[in-house]
Design a protein around this ligand. Structure first.
Ligand SMILES: [Fe+2]
Length: 328
């Protein structure tokens, strides 16, 4: 790599397609008009540019999330909450057996700066990695401009709850959040709050369905309420979850509307474990040792319930807590 840019990011001059190449440790990343090429000392891998950018966008916006973010069955990251593993083939049985897998650990600020730089350089003006395919232009072709507004969206992280004074605001036309084309039938009324005298400033409520009907992003769990480590992270889903999420803790799913198909796999090998169709009203607990990817034929609402306790990964991996939250 010829050029070193700010914050330790290793980048080249633009190639003939207008895109810079990047290196991080022994990994290199480059793209052309259609594809992204990832290389490491024992192998290489190719992904469609749109799929790669959708996955990269989530990894960056979620700050590497809980556990494993697989971009696909080969490359991804594991969050150690201060450092991050970047891996290739590490959680893929065939790569492991062939000894082609590779993993490197980085301080979070370095891998974050590198991933941000790739996302910014490789996202064209026409592409919004958070949008559904129907609501964005193309990711392909030679480099044309950028889309910093889309890739640097504010991430909703309520400290107490949406609509509480001083916390995350409700959404409206006036704030630029219009009702999505597939949620035009969702009632937009607001709850009436009747507080006991003396408690007027301490009681609050908002219409979650109306709030979600105005989401302009897909597959992006955001915190709408927090009670200590218990986080309600609802999200609207359309097309394919751009990552395969590997859990380091249990995740509860409540399907609030429409349907999502789920593929559930062994987190460490990728072996198929379950196929599941969640319909409106269904509740599921994803075990702490699986990975999952969802498919939503129509925009749907999903409540993801996370426990953000930093103690959970250690308690589960040491066997002090079960991998299933409930036995039947
Ligand atoms: Fe997940």
């Amino acid at each position: 790599m010829a050029v070193e840019t700010v914050r330790g990011v290793q980048a080249s001059e633009p190639n003939v397609h207008g895109y810079r190449s990047f290196s991080l440790g022994e990994f290199t990343f480059r793209r052309d008009e259609y594809f992204v090429y990832v290389k490491w000392p024992t192998g290489s891998h190719l992904m469609s540019a749109d799929a790669f950018l959708r996955a990269l966008q989530r990894d960056v916006a979620w700050q590497f999330f809980y556990g494993t973010v697989n971009f696909d069955g080969v490359v991804g990251t594991v969050n150690h909450y201060g450092t991050v593993d970047l891996f290739a083939g590490r959680y893929n049985d065939a790569y492991r057996k062939a000894e082609l897998d590779h993993v490197e650990n980085f301080e979070t600020p370095l891998i974050m700066a590198t991933f941000r730089a790739i996302l910014e350089d490789w996202t064209n003006a026409s592409f919004d990695p958070f949008a559904s395919p129907h609501e964005t232009g193309t990711a392909f072709g030679p480099k044309t401009g950028d889309n910093k507004a889309a890739i640097n969206r504010h991430r909703v992280t309520a400290k107490r709850m949406v609509a509480v004074p001083g916390d995350e605001p409700v959404r409206s036309d006036a704030t630029g959040f219009r009702i999505n084309r597939q949620f035009l039938d969702v009632p937009q009324d607001a709850p009436e709050i009747i507080a006991e005298p003396g408690f007027e400033g301490e009681v609050n409520a908002f219409n979650l369905f109306a709030y979600l009907s105005r989401s302009d992003v897909t597959w992006n769990p955001s915190v709408v309420s927090a009670c200590k480590n218990s986080l309600y992270c609802p999200t609207t889903e359309e097309y394919i979850l751009p990552i395969i999420h590997g859990n380091d803790r249990v995740e509860w799913f409540v399907q609030l509307s429409d349907e999502i198909y789920w593929d559930v796999e062994n987190r460490d090998t990728g072996a198929v474990r379950a196929k599941d169709l969640m319909k409106a009203g269904d509740v599921a607990a994803m075990p702490a040792n699986i990975r999952h990817q969802g498919y939503a034929p129509k925009r749907s609402m999903l409540l993801v319930w996370e426990n953000a306790s930093p103690d959970l990964p250690g308690l589960i991996s040491s066997g002090k807590l079960p991998i299933n939250p409930v036995d039947f």
